[in-house]
Design a protein around this ligand. Structure first.
Ligand SMILES: Nc1ncnc2c1ncn2[C@@H]1O[C@H](COP(=O)(O)OP(=O)(O)O)[C@@H](O)[C@H]1O
Ligand SMILES: [Mg+2]
Length: 410
């Protein structure tokens, strides 16, 4: 791209963010809606090319009628944005289509961020006002049979392509409607990807593959967005094809390429607060389905007890993830969840149960620069007074930014 084009792009970007542009866009949108309603056009039945022709034609007339001073590129931008407005997700459609974007977060009409390669950056788009954001949220939710309004100001939903959507609007959200979209990667990350990104080493992956095949009970520990689910997915691929696997998730994110997989998904309560199916119900049911292994996407509630029990009673090779910031913290968190779930034994009993249920712990983290790393792989040898007796197998050394193989050390 030449310097002239780059300069024009920057100018165009500024124009797109300006109040003048937003005003023209609003008026043009209103004009389009009027045309569609007056002529009873069924634009939902049109394909993209037909919609574009219609919008472009209307734009030409609108520019003349309104005596607008817009150049060719600006008018193209208007046509493009108006089309997204009519049929897509409005100002964020281009971000939804951009495969390098993982997450999109909208904090009110004027602040949109995207995450690329783990780094959050400001996106050069904005909405006209709060209502505009809400309109786009409704358009995203409508095909799913959901909506947000004052009585249901928070919605958590999954799009047909697997992407997660969360919306929360005023009066609960104080600074305007918020929308978060976590896009579903079309291709799951592979071993080669993780090695290329420096997230793991070939030696570590070979070790883990072997442990999975030996039916080691395993837990992946990390913070939000640290790559737990991604790593669990990779580990699951190594389960022999002959085994029967049951997966239990709040939102089916795992993609196992096994013939013998039964996927179960929890269900939130309906509007009357009834008919919920929680993870604990599903773990109990899964045990009656003759599984070789049970995979729980994330333990975060009562199901912790059933999962530990399953791991302790012959469902070796079961795996899960847990939200915690360190391996020590993981034990605290398991103890906390177990107590909430009504565990009545002593701390010592519980710790012993955890130590015999979980054979191997993998810790993942998102570093400040956005990179994801496996930061530790540790064997659970038993319990100590202070916690679990862990033996580190691999560790990420931040100073050298490299993984250290600790086998043979002690
Ligand atoms: N090793 C990795 N390298 C690069 N991106 C990753 C890696 N692991 C996960 N991601 C990306 O990070 C985001 C969060 O990953 P996810 O596995 O859903 O995290 P968690 O389950 O811990 O919340 C996703 O967009 C995912 O594609
Ligand atoms: Mg997850």
């Amino acid at each position: 791209m030449g310097i002239a084009t780059a300069a024009t792009d920057a100018t165009l970007e500024r124009f797109r963010l300006s109040e003048a542009y937003q005003q023209i866009k609003r008026n043009f949108h209103r004009h389009l809606i009027q045309q569609i309603e007056e002529r009873s056009l069924d634009i939902d039945a049109w394909d993209a090319a037909k919609t574009e022709r219609f919008v472009a034609e209307q734009m030409r007339r609108f520019v003349v009628e309104q005596r607008l001073a817009v150049n060719q590129r600006e008018s193209e931008a208007l046509v493009h944005d108006a089309q997204d407005e009519l049929t897509g997700f409005g100002p964020i459609q281009a971000l939804v289509d951009d495969d390098t974007v993982n997450d999109i977060v909208v904090n009110g009409p004027n602040t949109v961020f995207v995450e690329r390669n783990g780094v959050l950056e400001v996106a050069p788009v904005r909405f006209a006002d709060n209502l505009h954001v809400i309109r786009v949220i409704q358009r995203i939710l409508a095909p799913l049979g959901r909506r947000v309004d004052e009585s249901t100001p928070m919605v958590d939903a999954r799009l047909p392509d697997g992407s997660r959507v969360n919306a929360i609007i005023p009066p609960i959200a104080l600074d305007g409607p918020c929308l978060s979209i976590r896009k579903f990667r079309k291709q799951a990350l592979t071993e080669a990807d993780l090695v290329r990104y420096g997230s793991a080493t070939p030696a570590m992956l070979a070790y883990l593959r072997e442990r999975v095949q030996q039916r080691t009970n395993l837990i992946v520990v990390g913070g939000t967005g640290s790559g737990k689910t991604t790593f669990l997915n990779l580990l699951s691929q190594w389960i022999p094809q002959t085994e029967r696997v049951i997966t239990i998730e709040d939102a089916a994110e795992l993609r196992l390429e096994h013939r013998h997989v039964v996927r179960l998904e929890t269900r939130p309560p309906n509007l009357e607060g009834e008919r919920a199916v929680n993870a604990r119900d599903l773990v109990r049911n899964a045990l009656r389905m003759r599984p070789d292994r049970i995979i729980v996407g994330e333990v975060r509630g009562d199901e912790v007890l059933d999962m530990l029990q399953a791991m302790n009673t012959g469902h070796d090779g079961s795996m899960t993830t847990l939200h915690a910031n360190s391996l020590d913290d993981a034990l605290n968190r398991l103890e906390l969840l177990a107590n909430f779930a009504g565990f009545s034994g002593s701390e010592v009993t519980l710790r012993a149960q955890v130590a015999s249920a979980i054979h191997l712990m993998v810790q993942v983290a998102r570093l400040p620069g956005g990179e994801r790393r496996v930061t530790q792989v540790a064997e659970v040898r038993g319990t100590l007074d202070s916690g679990l007796d862990l033996c580190s197998v691999f560790r990420f050394d931040p100073a050298s930014a490299a993984h250290v193989d600790q086998r043979g050390q002690s």
